[in-house]
Each structure stands twice: as C-alpha cells, then as structure tokens.
Design a protein around this ligand. Structure first.
Ligand SMILES: [Zn+2]
Length: 334
C-alpha cells in the first residue's frame, strides 16, 4: 500500500517483457494491486489483466477504462526452432540485426529484451521498456491513489498483451467488451512528441494517431478537466505511431488517448543506435494527477454547451446583422 509512484515505476520497469511474454509484468501488477481496498482483478481468456476500482454507487459520466499494454519490442524464440530468436515489434531489421546491437540483448528463457538498467535520476526515468510499462505504472498509481483517498468512484483498467505486434490483446478486449456500454476507453501511452508537443511540457491529449482520430467529445472532456484542475497539458496529433485507442475504436468503443512524451522511441536514439527509452518524471506525475482528477470529477454529458447550442445562440445574437445584410443582398439581386 505504501508504494510511491517512484517505487511502482522501479518495480514495473525492472520486469523484462516481450510481445506474448508479459507474465513478469502481469505478476508484478497483480502483486502491486493485491489486497488494495475496493479493487478487483480478473484475467480475461486472452490473458489481459482487467481491474476495477469501485466504491459506492457513484459513477462518473462517462465511466473510464484506462488501458496500457504490458509488452515491448524484443527478441522472442521462434516456435519450434530450437532457440532461434526473431525480433517482434516496430524496429527496422537493419538496426536490430547489427552485431553490436545483438550484443545488447539479454536472454531470459523464451525471450531476449535489450538489457538496459532502470535509472531514475534528476527527474529523468530511463529503461528498456518505458513504452508502455510507464503507462501501466501510471494506471497502477491512479488505482492505488483512489483507494488511498477512499474516493466514491468507479473506474476500470485493462493491462493488455501483444500490442506491439498489432493490438492483439486490445482487440480481444474490444470484441468482448466487459465494461458496459456507457464505458469509454482511454489509452495511456508513451509516444514520440511530434507536431509541436515536447518532452517536459506535460501529458499530451492525443487527438489521434497514425491510423485514426479519436472521439472529439471525450477529447474535449479531457481538455476541460485539465483546464479546471490547472493541470498543464499539450494537445496534439501524435501520428509517429499508433495506440490501442485506434483498435478499441475500430471495435465500436468510444476512445481517446493520453500520452507521456517519450525519448528514444522503441529504443532508437537520434543516430539509430539501440538505447534506453526515457520519460520525464514531471510528465509522469502530471499524467497520474490528471487521471485521478478525471475520474474524480463528474462530467454530466459533454461540454458546457454543444456546438448546436452555441450556433443557435450566435444565430440569435447576430439576428439584426443578418437582417440588415440580407436586405443588401436583396438590393443587389433585385
Ligand atoms: Zn506503446
């Protein structure tokens, strides 16, 4: 119960992981959430870990399902091929197969991740798999924080498998949506900051990714919550990669996304050397605070005023302008 955000990050980032081989991460999340009051854990048939925090009858509108994936690009043993390794996840072959890079992998049973140590120093977090164990750590911290605050709320979480090979775990969640029709998915990712967003400038409200754009009403709830709570966020289209909101949306689930700015995306530095990924602690902390605020605040419906209401108001406000100008149109066409 006494885990701080830093200790949650350390525990999770120290777990080796790979597409399909997320058992160390899943066991660590289960251990962190075990016996936390008001939290229930289940494992779905695909092996995704689902969590629900529920206290009292209070439900926010919408009910959020926070999602993060437990895998990261890594070397994995080819089934039936006597220990031969193949690289799974989005890193070019020309890079993974360089001799000096192969020397950086650390074999652990069925898989071999890059073997970088975890360091948390001077506000910077470095590790092999910030993407997306930082997202997992943020969600764990949010759930524990809600419990510590003893808040009346309902929120769900999905810790998914095999995202890096094409959203396989998220797809299972979306196709078998167990959270009720009023629930919406919120992807908690780490992503390369592009299109004006920057490291250290706070969580990014991700309006979309490389494959799709997300629900604009949910996105405006995120922006409004940040403004109301005085949390500095950035708003950007992060189209240098894709995230699970795209998969869930394709399954018909309303979805939005938040990203922590990530350095050395998929372990490639600017010179395309294999390197640890990194994020800034302030961005991680702000993301966690943002999510606690989001879950704790009630947003009845969407936006203070719908676009239709706003246009109707403007129509009334400018009625005289319209009349006067219309008479000029009439004069000219008479
Ligand atoms: Zn990711």
């Amino acid at each position: 119960m006494a885990d701080s955000l830093t200790s949650i990050l350390k525990k999770l980032l120290n777990q080796p992981t790979a597409p399909f081989h997320e058992y160390h991460v899943r066991a660590q999340i289960e251990q962190l959430l075990l016996d936390v009051p008001n939290i229930e854990l289940t494992i779905d048939p695909f092996g995704n870990l689902l969590a629900t925090y529920r206290k009292g009858k209070h439900k926010s509108t919408p009910v959020w399902v926070l999602g993060a994936h437990m895998d990261h690009p890594a070397w994995v043993k080819v089934p039936g091929k006597n220990g031969e390794l193949e690289f799974l996840g989005g890193v070019p072959k020309a890079i993974t197969e360089l001799k000096e890079n192969i020397a950086l992998r650390k074999e652990l049973g069925e898989f071999a991740p890059w073997g970088f140590p975890v360091t948390i120093e001077d506000g910077k977090i470095e590790a092999t798999a910030c993407d997306d164990l930082v997202g997992c750590a943020i969600i764990v911290n949010v759930l524990k924080e809600l419990s510590r605050l003893d808040l009346d709320a309902t929120v769900h979480a999905a810790f998914t498998r095999a995202e890096e090979v094409g959203f396989l775990g998220a797809w299972h969640v979306g196709k078998n949506w167990p959270f009720g029709k009023d629930s919406c998915f919120l992807s908690i990712e780490t992503s390369r900051p592009v299109n004006g967003s920057e490291m250290g400038n706070g969580p990014i409200v991700r309006v979309g990714d490389r494959l799709s754009v997300f629900d604009h009403e949910l996105t405006s709830i995120l922006m409004r919550t940040a403004a109301e709570q005085g949390i500095r966020v950035q708003r950007a289209l992060l189209d240098a990669g894709a995230c699970e909101a795209t998969a869930l949306q394709a399954c018909g689930i309303r979805s939005a996304g938040i990203s922590v700015p990530l350095g050395n995306y998929h372990n490639m530095d600017e010179e395309h050397n294999i390197a640890p990924e990194f994020v800034m602690m302030d961005d991680v902390k702000a993301s966690s605070d943002f999510l606690v605020a989001l879950v704790a605040t009630d947003h009845k419906g969407l936006g203070e005023r719908s676009i239709e209401e706003r246009v109707t108001l403007r129509m009334k406000e400018y009625k005289k302008h319209i009349e006067i100008a219309n008479s000029k149109f009439d004069e000219m066409t008479a």
